[in-house]
Design a protein around this ligand. Structure first.
Ligand SMILES: O=C(CO)COP(=O)(O)O
Length: 251
C-alpha cells in the first residue's frame, strides 16, 4: 500500500510574510490523516514555515539544491544547508530547471545521490514537451529521464525517492492531462523501474502526477491505480485550496 503524497511547489512565489500567513491558515485547518503533506517553498521562506509547521504533519520541501557539499558555487545551496533548517524533501529536475537553468539527466542524477546521502527525499520530475508528445515520443522521454535520474542507485534506496510525472504542456496552462493518460504514462515509468530495480521496488515507489491539478480534479487522478499523489503549483498557493487538495487525495 503506497501512502499518497501531496506536495505544493510554490516556485518563485511568496515573501516570508505571505508564507507565514499561508502557514498559519493551513495549520488552523483540518486535514485527514493518511496523506503525506509537503510544501516546497522558496529558500527564504523555509525557516519561518518550519517554525509554524513544527508539531504538525506538514513537511518542508525545497525546490532545488546543488550536489556538492560546499564550494565555490556562487548562488547555490547545499544539501547540508537544507537539512540544517529542517527540510525533508527536495524537488529535483523540474522542467523549469531543465529549461531555464540547463539541468540535465546527469546533474539530476548527481543531485539525487547527494539528496539521499543527506537523508533528503528527492521528488524527481520527468515529463515530455508538447512537441515530443505529438511526435509520439512520450514513452521514450520518460524512460530516458527516469533511467538517467536513478542511475547508480540501489533498489533499497528507491524507498526514499518520489517521482513526479509532469507533462510540460500541462504545467500552468490549465490543460491538465486526462487522468487515464497520466496513469498510462506513470505505468510506463513504473515499468521502467521494474526493469531496472525489480517488480517489488516498482510497486513500492510513489509516483505523483503534476500539471494543472486543482481541488476539482484531484479525486480523478487519485482514483487511478498508478497515481500516488500530486505535485501542485498554482493551486497550492492558497491555504484553503491546498487543504482541499490534501483532503481530496484521501480516497
Ligand atoms: O509545475 C508544477 C508543479 O511542480 C505544476 O504547476 P501547476 O499546478 O501550476 O500547473
Amino acid at each position: 500500500m503506497r501512502t499518497p503524497i501531496i506536495a505544493g511547489n510554490w516556485k518563485m512565489f511568496k515573501t516570508i510574510a505571505e508564507a507565514t500567513a499561508f502557514a498559519q491558515e493551513a495549520k488552523a485547518g483540518t486535514t485527514k490523516a493518511g496523506v503525506e503533506k509537503v510544501v516546497c517553498a522558496p529558500f527564504t521562506a523555509l525557516p519561518a514555515l518550519g517554525q509554524i509547521f513544527a508539531g504538525t504533519d506538514i513537511a518542508l520541501g525545497a525546490q532545488n539544491m546543488h550536489f556538492e557539499e560546499q564550494g565555490a558555487y556562487t548562488g547555490e545551496i547545499s544539501p547540508g544547508m537544507l537539512k540544517e533548517i529542517g527540510v525533508k524533501y527536495v524537488i529535483l529536475g523540474h522542467s523549469e530547471r531543465r529549461q531555464y537553468f540547463q539541468e540535465t539527466d546527469e546533474t539530476v542524477n548527481k543531485k539525487v545521490h547527494a539528496a539521499l546521502k543527506h537523508d533528503l527525499v528527492p521528488i524527481v520530475c520527468v515529463g515530455e514537451s508538447l512537441e515530443q508528445r505529438e511526435a509520439g515520443e512520450t514513452a521514450n522521454v520518460v524512460r530516458t529521464q527516469t533511467e538517467g535520474a536513478l542511475a547508480g542507485l540501489y533498489a533499497a534506496q528507491l524507498a526514499n525517492v518520489v517521482i513526479a510525472y509532469e507533462p510540460i504542456w500541462a504545467i500552468g496552462t490549465g490543460k491538465s492531462s486526462t487522468a487515464e493518460d497520466a496513469n498510462e504514462t506513470i505505468a510506463i515509468i513504473r515499468q521502467t523501474i521494474a526493469e531496472r530495480f525489480g517488480q517489488e521496488t516498482a510497486e513500492q515507489i510513489r509516483i505523483q502526477y503534476g500539471g494543472s491539478v486543482k481541488p476539482e480534479n484531484i479525486a480523478s487522478y487519485m482514483a487511478q491505480p498508478d497515481i500516488d499523489g500530486a505535485l501542485v503549483g498554482g493551486a497550492s498557493l492558497v491555504a484553503e485550496s491546498y487543504l482541499q487538495l490534501v483532503n481530496g487525495a484521501c480516497l
